[in-house]
Design a binder for this molecule. Structure first.
Ligand code: LLP
Length: 440
């Protein structure tokens, strides 16, 4: 049995099911996930880092569907969440609270409170101000909050500027000076327990070097804090492991794991990693249908019913995603051999950036043809919007020969359901009184 997305007898399969048959039942646009590919993604990372026995906390922002989270939770995965909404999803999916880490620069009080009440493994703290809020909320509940300080290691991960997070001046993490203050605050507090350090330097990283630079800086800090009496035990090195959407050598995970092991040496610690894309990207497909084919300035323009509202990565980062017909004589890898002509594959959105693939060699296409957009298992559905009034596509999960709908297609009435015309009477308070005084 084959897992994932592959061509057989001229058509695209998701595990054991023809994509065209799924579309016949469900319509377009739609996302399809492969359970087998998700399991493999998780397994590949677990294998590469096996010698370090890390806790793999899947980054929920990459794919937040409950069925996907449940599948990973069942395999023992932990979760990296960045909001109360993601925390609620992880818990709903059956995640063990003591395998959840909570990062993000803008945690609100209600989100911190929910995480304290759930008893998560730790907060990844991004500012001294946030640390003070966690302390106040933990004190009010008579609980102790476990914290890892997110360090800004100031390394250049050599990736797209939008997804680099550990550079000097970034909004993420704590500077060295702030780390020292935060650690002292933890020592002085009954409500705070400093348990570790965290760093996440960015996404789509293809070389071990920036990770190893960051690790060396973290370990220097680790040793200093330990020598200073802080009983650190969790070292969280984040995610960001690159996935090639086009050509190019993959990140050598085994080399990275060896580099980690050599540098960590005999230190007694629990390693935490936060992979998102490297588990989910290849396990997802976005399928759209060709609505119109036209010419513009000598270019072939293929208009589909999916676009930047369902996969914003090409528009936002200039990202490359493989786009290929669902019925095709040859698979995308053998693209060079077919009778191909360049095309721009675009969506229906009234934005010039709504282009999924630009000047891409593609076979002849006509209205009604199905197009698959690959590597759409991460940062596709989670970043989708209803811009221009388009309801969100459904999400399907294929497992071998079984097909399940794991999020139904949004309906127009869902889009309208929250709109209202409720009058709100404000209490006359100090600001209203001040405004009245200013008017008189
Ligand atoms: N941990 C933290 C603290 C993060 O901020 C992220 C991603 C991850 C882990 C997971 O990174 P991954 O292994 O998936 O690369 N929307 C962008 C990616 C933004 C990632 C933000 N943080 C994209 O589509 O490329």
């Amino acid at each position: 049995m084959r897992t994932g997305f592959h061509y057989r007898d001229g058509q695209l399969f998701a595990d054991e099911l023809p994509v065209a048959s799924i579309v016949e039942r469900v319509g377009t646009p739609l996302y399809i996930y492969s359970a087998g590919a998700l399991r493999e993604g998780h397994e590949r990372l677990a294998r590469a880092f096996a010698a370090l026995d890390p806790l793999l906390c899947f980054a929920v922002k990459a794919n937040a569907n409950l069925a996907v989270l449940r599948l990973l939770a069942d395999r023992g995965a932990g979760f990296d969440v960045v909001s109360g909404g993601e925390l609620a999803r992880a818990l709903r999916a059956g995640a063990a609270p003591d395998r959840i880490v909570f990062a993000g620069v803008g945690k609100r009080d209600d989100e911190i409170a929910a995480a304290l009440e759930a008893g998560i493994l730790c907060f990844n703290v991004e500012s001294v101000s946030e640390l003070e809020r966690i302390e106040a909320l933990a004190t009010a509940r008579s609980v102790r909050a476990r914290l890892a300080l997110r360090v800004n290691p100031e390394v250049d991960p050599r990736t797209h500027a939008h997804i680099a997070t550990g550079t000097r001046g970034a909004k993420f993490g704590l500077s060295r000076a702030a780390i020292a203050r935060a650690a002292e605050r933890c020592r002085a507090s009954e409500a705070l327990e400093l348990v570790g350090l965290h760093a996440h330097i960015g996404s789509q990283i293809f070389e071990p070097a920036p990770y190893l630079d960051a690790l060396e800086r973290l370990l220097a800090l680790w040793d200093a804090l330990r020598a200073d009496g802080h009983p650190l035990r969790l070292l969280n090195l984040g995610g960001g492991f690159g996935v090639r959407y086009g050509e190019g050598p993959p990140l050598d995970l085994e080399a990275l794991a060896r580099g980690y092991a050599e540098r960590i040496g005999q230190r007694a610690l629990r390693l935490v990693l936060e992979p998102g894309r490297s588990i989910a990207a290849r396990a997802g497909l976005l399928v759209g249908r060709v609505l119109h084919v036209k010419r513009s300035g000598g270019r072939r323009v293929v208009v589909t019913d999916t676009g930047m509202h369902h996969l914003i990565r090409p528009a936002l980062y200039g990202a490359y995603h493989t786009v290929w017909p669902v019925r095709a004589d040859s698979p995308p890898e053998s693209a060079g051999s077919a009778a191909l002509e360049p095309a721009d594959v675009v969506g229906p959105i009234c934005e010039s950036a709504d282009v999924l693939a630009r000047e891409r060699p593609l076979p002849p296409l006509a209205r009604g043809d199905l197009l698959a957009c690959f590597e759409a298992g991460a940062y596709a559905a989670t970043m989708a919007s209803t811009y221009n009034g388009h309801p969100l596509p459904p999400e399907l999960l294929v497992d071998g020969e079984r097909l399940r709908c794991v999020r139904r297609r949004q309906r127009l009435e869902d889009l309208l359901a929250l709109e209202c015309d409720d009058e709100i009477a404000l209490q006359p308070g100090p600001s209203a009184a001040a405004a009245a005084q200013a008017r008189s």
